[in-house]
Structures are given as structure tokens and as C-alpha cells.
Design a protein around this ligand. Structure first.
Ligand code: SF4
Ligand code: SF4
Ligand code: SF4
Length: 445
């Protein structure tokens, strides 16, 4: 094995989805698709953003790609727009396949859609929105990185991210119920319970790779006396990689299935596991694509749910978690929903020593996995970890203060942080809030 990468070269990275997609393009096709998207799917928002940006560069220092790559100007947020959408709009779609190849790699793998830069722009210009429009164009041109496209195909074939078949889903829940039943007598994972207070939904990778999280959730629900259920049908997966490929039609189909499942079960609300992008898909993008400003069924992220349970004294702990911890603020539930103080309440309630990273809360740096970047797979891994040296610096600083565990209430953040911890030899443990709660709570006999 060679030395870990510490710098990235900006050149096209080989990817079948991008390379073969571009090989099929013609200038005419590009022009037609671009103008179709710009004329029919965008409006004043895009125009105002493109016309208002004065290229002042104030957003540059907000972006972890820019900071981590020695302030290379091509990674500045405004420069990302300049290299993609701005040029396309200016030229009314008259750009070459080679231009689209670079624009596609940039919009899918050099921006996490984390929206940190929007907070520092004096006009509030949302570069993430523009990268999403660029992805929409790429999707309609058939130029998408192979790995994330494969995940989007799984969504469309099975309505979940991981090709989990219906019987496998139910078997996994039975299996977790049986396991948890050995610890807590008579524990049930209720399936298809009409009228329950809560429908609990998870992301595809949970039954596939992290079934213990379903087990833990079942023990927490049981101990807190929650009236809950899980669906036995498709609609259980709240994740959404189609949202990130630019396949808005598929994103809407997925969210429709999810909400309709909750409506069929007549639950009062949906509580979802610890995932950031899934939350964005149900609370911001997917619901709006379907025409709902807010989700048609109340949606609560696990973090908010744990906060409520602790506030109402429905979870008792035996003792506080004793290893010093820090907290990574996932963009989609912190910048996207403002749950930062709730997260701190839960961490302080459950952990003896909590040391903050700097910056934190809505100013926190993204893990660099989000926005579907980690889902673009191994070809882009080095670029992703090298482009988040600032997160490694944040983690290293708290490690020097004694932190042993980083809590990240988001699946993608876990994936991204795991790679960063490994790549920069940080030697930190990663945990979900549910891991901590499960470990220290009083459990029914
Ligand atoms: S990665 Fe985040 S900060 Fe950087 S350009 Fe994208 S949205 Fe802005
Ligand atoms: S801060 Fe706003 S106006 Fe300035 S370059 Fe960035 S996006 Fe443009
Ligand atoms: S993976 Fe986590 S930190 Fe990264 S964009 Fe998503 S929520 Fe933000």
C-alpha cells in the first residue's frame, strides 16, 4: 500500500457512468436538455442567484473543499457555479460534451450540498441549489457516476436503497425481535399496527448492514412505552439517492410511497432513524417535489424524538456514558432543521464529558460524505477524504483535549467520518446517539 493521498490533482477520474454517458452525447442533445431544464424547471430563484453573485469570494472560506485543498480557487463555491451552471446559462446550452464531463464530476463529487457557504454569502445565494440543478441536467443527459446511479436503480426497482426484498425485510425484523426478546422479555417489533402513535422508518442500509440499530430502537421504544409500528411493505425505507442523482421523478415516487404507507397505517407521525439526507428528502425536497410545503404526515428525526423522551422523563439512565465525547452536527438536521440545541441536551443528559468541536452547531463543517458524494463510490474516495482535512483538524483538536468518541447522528456522516478517522489516523470511536442511549439506559427485565 502506498502513502495515503494528501493532495488531489484536478483531472477527470475514471468512472463508467460519467465516461460512457458523455460518449453518448451530442451538442444538440445537450442544448435541448439544458434549455428544457432551465426554461421549464427553474425560475426566478436561479435567475436571481446567477444575476446577483458579485464574485466577492466571501463564501470561499466557508467551503471545506476550498480550505482543505490549500485554498485552490477552483473549489471556491462561486467558482463551482462559474465552471458549471453559469457558463451553461450564459451560452444557452451550447457547451461541449467535454464541458459536461467536467461539470458532472464537479457537481456530483466536489460539493456536498451542505449549504454552509449560503450562510456566509451577503445575498444568501445557495450554491447547493445550483449544484442540484446541474445534477438535474446531468441526470437528464444520462451522465451520472456509476455507483450512485446503481443505488438509484435499486430505489426504482425495490423502493429501497439496498435491493432488500420484501420477505428479507420482514425476516430481518423478526430476527431482531427475537434477539432483543432474549434481553427484554416479551419485546415486540409491531408490524402493520394501524393507528399507532409512531411509524418508525429507517434507511436501506440498516436491515442490510446495521440491523443492531433496529434492535436498539426496539429496546428504546419498549422501555419508553411508545405505541409504535413498522410497515411490512415497501415504504419503510426513508432514504433517497435519487434526490442526489437529479432524478426528481423517482425522488417523488419514493416519498409518495413513504407518506402513503404512514397514511395507510393511520399513524400520528413518522419517527425516522439517525439519518441526515433521508430527513432532507422527507422534510425539504421530496415533499416539495410532490407539492407539499411541509410533509403531509408529521416527521420527526430520531434526535428530536430522543429529546422529547428525555424531556418527558420516559427514558431513565443507569449512569452517564463515561468516555469523553464530541458531537458532529449533521448539516441536514442542524442547518436544515435547527436541531442543534436538542442534540446538545441529549448529549449532556447521557454523557459525562462533552467537548465541543470548533466551529460547531450550524457553522459545523460537513463530513464530506453528504450530498451523495460518498455514494459515488471508491473512484472518488481519495478526493473526498483529502477535501476534508479541516474536519480532520477539528477532530484532532478535540482528541488532544481528551475526546475518545465522536457522536454523529447521521448514517452518511458515519461513513464519511469513518474514512476521515482512518485516513488521518485519528483513533476515535464513532457512535450514534442511539448506541449511547441503549448502552446506558435502564432496560425492562
Ligand atoms: S460543499 Fe458546501 S460549502 Fe462547499 S460549495 Fe458545496 S454547499 Fe457550499
Ligand atoms: S459570497 Fe455570494 S455573492 Fe460573493 S461570491 Fe459567494 S455566492 Fe457570490
Ligand atoms: S452526511 Fe452528514 S455532515 Fe455530510 S452533508 Fe449529510 S448531514 Fe451533512
Amino acid at each position: 500500500m502506498g502513502e495515503p493521498a494528501s493532495k488531489i490533482e484536478v483531472k477527470n477520474i475514471k468512472d463508467i457512468g460519467l465516461d460512457e454517458g458523455v460518449a453518448r452525447l451530442t451538442p444538440e442533445k445537450i442544448e435541448t436538455v439544458v434549455n428544457d431544464v432551465i426554461d421549464n424547471e427553474t425560475g426566478a430563484r436561479l435567475k436571481v442567484y446567477v444575476d446577483t453573485c458579485v464574485h466577492c469570494g466571501l463564501c470561499s472560506e466557508a467551503c471545506h473543499y476550498y480550505l482543505s485543498n490549500d485554498k485552490n480557487p477552483i473549489f471556491a463555491p462561486a467558482a463551482k457555479v462559474k465552471q458549471t451552471l453559469w457558463e451553461i446559462v450564459e451560452k444557452k446550452g451550447k457547451v461541449s460534451p467535454a464541458f459536461i464531463r467536467r461539470a458532472a464530476e464537479l457537481c456530483y463529487t466536489e460539493c456536498n450540498l451542505c449549504r454552509r457557504c449560503a450562510m456566509y454569502c451577503p445575498f444568501g445565494i445557495d450554491v447547493a441549489y445550483m449544484m442540484l440543478i446541474m445534477r438535474r441536467i446531468c441526470h437528464k443527459l444520462g451522465v451520472t457516476p456509476q455507483y450512485i446511479q446503481d443505488t438509484a436503480h435499486s430505489h426504482s426497482a425495490t423502493m429501497n436503497q439496498m435491493w432488500v426484498k420484501e420477505d428479507e425485510w420482514i425476516d430481518t425484523l423478526f430476527w431482531q425481535e427475537e434477539e432483543a426478546g432474549e434481553e427484554v422479555e416479551n419485546l415486540r417489533i409491531p408490524l402493520e399496527k394501524e393507528g399507532a402513535d409512531v411509524m418508525y422508518s429507517v434507511i436501506g442500509p440498516e436491515p442490510k448492514f446495521r440491523a443492531q440499530l433496529i434492535y436498539q430502537a426496539a429496546v428504546i421504544m419498549n422501555a419508553a412505552g411508545v405505541d409504535w409500528t413498522m410497515p411490512a411493505t415497501p415504504g419503510w425505507d426513508n432514504s433517497d439517492m435519487a434526490m442526489y442523482t437529479g432524478d426528481n421523478e423517482m425522488m417523488a415516487r419514493l416519498k409518495k410511497e413513504h407518506f402513503e404507507t404512514a397514511m395507510r397505517l393511520k399513524v400520528k407521525r413518522i419517527v425516522m432513524g439517525e439519518c441526515g439526507h433521508a430527513f432532507r428528502s422527507v422534510y425539504d425536497m421530496g415533499n416539495r417535489a410532490l407539492g407539499w410545503k411541509m410533509p403531509p404526515v408529521e416527521m420527526v428525526h430520531a434526535l428530536e424524538f430522543y429529546y422529547e423522551l428525555f424531556k418527558a422523563d420516559r427514558i431513565k439512565i443507569k449512569h452517564k456514558f463515561d468516555k469523553p465525547v464530541t458531537l458532529h452536527d449533521p448539516c441536514n438536521v442542524i442547518r436544515g432543521r435547527g436541531l442543534h440545541e436538542m442534540a446538545r441536551y441529549v448529549v449532556n443528559k447521557t454523557c459525562a464529558t462533552f467537548i465541543e468541536m470548533t466551529p460547531n452547531r450550524e457553522h459545523n463543517y460537513c463530513c464530506c460524505a453528504g450530498g451523495g458524494v460518498i455514494n459515488c463510490g471508491p473512484p472518488f474516495r481519495d478526493k473526498r477524504v483529502v477535501s476534508n482535512r479541516v474536519k480532520a483538524d477539528q477532530l484532532s483538536a478535540v482528541k488532544k483535549k481528551g475526546v475518545e468518541v465522536c457522536i454523529a447522528p447521521c448514517h452518511n456522516c458515519h461513513g464519511g467520518l469513518e474514512d476521515i478517522i482512518h485516513h488521518y489516523h485519528l483513533g476515535l470511536e464513532l457512535k450514534f446517539l442511539g448506541d449511547i442511549i441503549y448502552e446506558i439506559m435502564e432496560k425492562p427485565e
